[in-house]
Design a protein around this ligand. Structure first.
Ligand SMILES: NC(=O)C1=CN([C@@H]2O[C@H](COP(=O)(O)OP(=O)(O)OC[C@H]3O[C@@H](n4cnc5c(N)ncnc54)[C@H](O)[C@@H]3O)[C@@H](O)[C@H]2O)[C@@H](O)CC1
Ligand SMILES: [K+]
Length: 479
């Protein structure tokens, strides 16, 4: 697991470390790491470091101090460094002195644009973890002249450090170099951060506020049959999805369950013939009442929100096994919360809302802080809540939260969610902790999406077909 800490926790840890570290030492450690990355980017983009031009955008806090010190380090490698000070009177004193001593140039705000246009690399040291809100107009105006790669110091300025929210002008970086520990922005705003690198400055932190699954965690969680296993022992999953008119959701969710694990898959609903035709290995029946025993249910995709859908949901909630309630099932729960009375409180429930379904469930949209939103829904429903979006957030009722950072946006395609719920269901049936099941499913789902897309649009069927490749890749990397 990768740990992620809120800025409040980071600042407290920094204060503890600062108290026992010589003055300026932490910033120099951070800036040295930053300079190494800047040199690497110059070499990658231009083929050389010496003689190249770097322009620093310097704000009034320590983030600007990091940039100035990194500029001084880059001078040692004969890089031409210019610094644009957004508030010259409040620029970091020792950092500015170091840059000047090293032969770096300070340019005025008015001359800034031409230095930015000429740069081989722009370093964003405008603001760091102490700032909130979008960039101010003077900084935003400078960004319009950027055409070279951008390296963000600690985080891309203008993006909220604790939520990753962007609600105005903000830096879009090719790489972000952060210090001591990952902050929420790095997991929640991949499009703003670019590639994220962590420089160790000696921070010590306990229990993280948020987590991200490593490939190794997903590989360890994914069920692999042993010599004593049979089709029942690996977990039987039931899929209650689709309708005669709309069988697609059933085919996708059931297919994902087939591809996720080697346990048995049962299907119950009006699309039984179509499902059987597509997946001969599935035992398909017309109704949940005669589906037979399962170890977990997936309910909702395409079942409709009327009386019949409500009866199906109520039936599966009363079986005493984990349930993944997706799509129409979340809408039914939002409109008729009394269906949850059928649930045995000890059986896990996983809800998988997108923003619109979340609003139905909670009476308000997720808002900027999607982790807090998912946590509060998890508490309210005593369920694991998987909040869909560019980044998927998974919160458990006990407060655990993880985020899955995608590699692109190709997953945003019709039917993609049905594939995800099938994966979640298969993992629930295998007996995995529901929070981990939802997180591992989201991980493999997004990996399957990027493998299927490989730079061009894909479809839910494409994502489904790539599920085995995604599992294979996770297991190969981890072994
Ligand atoms: N504290 C430490 O031990 C270390 C801190 N480091 C750096 O220090 C940074 C935090 O430094 P600071 O606490 O000085 O704060 P910042 O550098 O985040 O900047 C805060 C300053 O920006 C101004 N500001 C706030 N919102 C703004 C906005 N929207 N637009 C423009 N200006 C805005 C404030 O007036 C304040 O002066 C970290 O992100 C990291 O880069 C590193 O050097 C590592 C060590
Ligand atoms: K920054």
């Amino acid at each position: 697991m990768q740990g992620i800490w809120t800025t409040e926790r980071i600042r407290a840890a920094e204060d503890r470390l600062l108290a026992v570290t010589p003055d300026g030492e932490l910033m120099r450690r951070a800036a040295f790491g930053l300079a190494v990355h800047a040199a690497e980017m110059l070499a990658a983009h231009t083929g050389s470091v010496s003689g190249r031009r770097v322009t620093l955008l310097v704000g009034s806090g320590n983030n600007g101090g990091d940039a100035l010190w990194a500029g001084a380090f880059l001078r040692r490698r004969n890089v031409a460094v210019s610094a644009i000070l957004l508030k010259p009177e409040r620029a970091h004193g020792p950092g500015l002195a170091a840059l000047k001593r090293s032969g770096g140039k300070v340019v005025s705000l008015e001359d800034g644009p031409q230095w930015i246009r000429r740069a081989d690399l722009v370093v964003d040291g405008i603001v760091g973890i102490s700032a909130r809100g979008p960039l101010r107009p003077d900084a935003a105006a400078l960004l319009e002249h950027v055409s070279s790669p951008v390296l963000a110091v600690d985080l891309p300025s203008g993006v909220d450090p604790d939520t990753g929210a962007v609600d105005g002008p903000a830096v879009v970086a090719d790489r972000t170099v952060t210090f001591g520990a990952l902050k929420p922005v790095h997991a929640l705003a991949p499009a703003s951060c670019g590639e994220v690198s962590l420089v160790d400055i000696g921070l010590r932190l306990s229990e993280p506020d948020l987590q991200r699954l490593d490939t190794a965690d997903v590989a360890a969680a994914w069920p692999v049959p042993g010599p004593d296993d049979d089709k029942y022992s690996q977990g039987v999953v039931g899929i209650a999805a689709g309708s005669a008119t709309y069988p697609g959701a059933a085919v996708l969710a059931a297919g994902a369950a087939v591809r996720a694990t080697s346990g048995l898959v049962r299907y119950a609903g009006h699309a039984a013939d179509v499902v059987r035709g597509q997946w001969p290995e599935i035992i398909a029946t017309g109704s949940v009442t005669d589906a037979g025993r399962v170890q977990a249910w997936v309910v909702g995709p395409g079942i409709g929100t009327g009386n019949e859908g409500r009866d199906v949901l109520r039936f599966v909630l009363g079986r005493g096994v984990p349930v993944c309630a997706d799509a129409d099932a979340t809408t039914i729960i939002a409109r008729s919360p009394d269906v949850l009375d059928a649930r045995d409180p000890d059986t896990p429930l996983v809800l998988t809302p997108h923003a619109g379904e979340f609003e139905r469930l909670m009476g308000e949209p997720p808002g900027a802080d999607r982790v807090a939103a998912a946590r509060s829904a998890a508490r309210k429903y005593d369920a694991v809540v998987l909040l869909k979006g560019h980044c998927t957030v998974v919160a458990a009722p006990d407060g655990r939260a993880l985020v899955n950072t995608p590699r692109g946006s190709w997953l945003a395609t019709a039917g993609s969610g049905d594939v995800l719920s099938g994966l979640v269901g298969a993992l629930l049936a295998s007996g995995l902790d529901p929070w981990l099941a939802a997180g591992a499913a989201a991980h493999v789902h997004s990996l399957a999406g990027s493998l299927a897309a490989d730079g061009a649009p894909t479809s839910a069927s494409g994502i489904l077909a790539a599920v085995p490749d995604a599992i294979r890749s996770v297991r190969r990397i981890a072994s």
